[in-house]
Design a protein around this ligand. Structure first.
Ligand SMILES: Cc1cc2nc3c(=O)[nH]c(=O)nc-3n(C[C@H](O)[C@H](O)[C@H](O)COP(=O)(O)OP(=O)(O)OC[C@H]3O[C@@H](n4cnc5c(N)ncnc54)[C@H](O)[C@@H]3O)c2cc1C
Length: 370
């Protein structure tokens, strides 16, 4: 185990775990000028924008369009990139233990995101997923090489819907969207479900609601009501759980997610912040959504609060922008179109403008790290 000594004296040493949207955005906004000495721990070489994975699967963009190399970005930001995976934290000695290095910190920011949740369903882990770049590349290769005739997409959240729309545009196969609840997009408004049902059916996508998956194998999907669906490719988009690192940390949690206070510090600790998908952020009766948009705003807010820690001034409380009771979503529906959702409001028109807007937002996320 290597003990890394990277500290600039008189600076507050901030170790950030995870260089995804939250971690990278924090690094971009926190600055050495403000008395912060930043170290980013991330095992990957590139910052990835998950929001563009469905576009990639649908053959609309390349890997370069949805990722940015991490090292040049960190160099530009005067931040040390430690290419390593965090394993656990020694909170008493303020030390992050990684696979290859041990890192001392004054403040730890946890942003390791989430991983796919298969809920222990038999065979689900052998399906395709588009939660990581590697998985999305594998799925696209499979589609291009094997030209499946029937594709089942499990889960009808924004990711499942976007995947169905892009594949309907890109392939000639029959696509099924399978949802356990009684409507598509169950976490969004009923208006959104009705509109999306119409859009999917217009593209020839088969929508199966009230279908709970029991098991999956090479022949297809078996449901708990005894019925089954034959298919030659299954893509799992139903649900996420905290990154494995979080399980190893003895910190307050809710449903496995790190429980944060109004300053985005993990409850009961003034030296550990958590942002993005790994965090449970509930403030004033509102619960933050697990979206890139929220991760970004949380990162910017935390960067400003870290400066306040360095200057020993009072922290400012966070205000949630996209909450579960008033979610904001831009869902690409293929053919250069998208639907904008804000609470009960759905805006399919003018469609191309919304898609152009969404595409601009997603791609500008990547560009800002280049
Ligand atoms: C297919 C798909 C489409 C999406 N579309 C949208 C959208 O249109 N709009 C939107 O707002 N949101 C969207 N999201 C959600 C959005 O991508 C996430 O909410 C956002 O990426 C969360 O940011 P994060 O920084 O918390 O985690 P991530 O971006 O997942 O980054 C986590 C990083 O931590 C690293 N890491 C994990 N464990 C460790 C460890 N032990 N040590 C060191 N590093 C570690 C990972 O390698 C990763 O780079 C989508 C998600 C998916 C999967």
């Amino acid at each position: 185990m290597q003990q890394m000594d990277l500290q600039r004296s008189d600076f507050l040493r901030v170790v950030v775990v995870g260089g995804g949207i939250g971690g990278a955005e924090l690094v971009r906004n926190a600055s050495i000028k403000e008395g912060l000495d930043l170290v980013l721990v991330e095992p990957k070489d590139r910052i990835e924008c998950q929001a563009l994975y469905p576009d990639y699967l649908g053959g609309r963009i390349d890997i370069e369009d949805m990722t940015a190399p991490l090292d040049p970005f960190c160099k530009k930001m005067d931040v040390v990139h430690v290419k390593d995976r965090a394993l656990k934290v020694d909170f008493a000695d303020k030390r992050l233990i990684c696979e290859k290095n041990d890192l001392d910190y004054d403040i730890l920011v946890l942003a390791p995101g989430a991983v796919q949740n298969y809920f222990g369903i038999e065979g689900a882990e052998n399906t395709f997923s588009i939660n990581t770049l590697e998985e999305t590349v594998r799925a696209r290769k499979f589609v291009e090489k094997n030209r499946p005739k029937k594709i089942a997409i499990i889960g009808s959240g924004p990711t499942g819907i976007e995947t169905a729309c892009f594949l309907a545009e890109y392939t000639h196969c029959t696509i099924y969207v399978i949802e356990m609840m009684d409507r598509l997009l169950p976490t969004l408004s009923k208006n959104a479900s009705i509109l999306m049902d119409k859009i999917l059916k217009g593209k020839g996508v088969e929508v199966l609601t009230r279908k709970q998956v029991e098991s999956i194998d090479e022949a297809g999907v078996a449901f708990t009501d005894g019925s089954s669906l034959e298919c030659d490719m299954t893509i799992w988009t139903a649900g996420i759980r905290p990154a494995p690192l979080i399980e190893n940390l003895d910190l307050p949690k809710k449903s496995g997610w790190l429980l944060c206070d109004q300053y985005l510090r993990v409850q009961g600790r003034d030296d550990v912040f958590a942002i993005g998908d790994c965090a449970w952020i509930e403030i004033g009766g509102k619960l933050a959504t697990k979206t890139g948009m929220e991760a970004e705003i949380q990162a910017k807010h935390t960067a400003r609060n870290l400066t306040r820690v360095a200057k020993r001034t009072d922290l400012k409380p966070y205000s949630i922008r996209a909450s579960t009771d008033s979610p904001v979503a831009l869902i690409s529906t293929g053919c250069g179109c998208a639907v904008g959702i804000y609470g009960d409001l759905c805006v399919p028109i003018p469609k191309r403008i919304i898609y152009t807007f969404k595409s601009w937002i997603d791609k500008s996320v990547v560009k800002r790290f280049k």
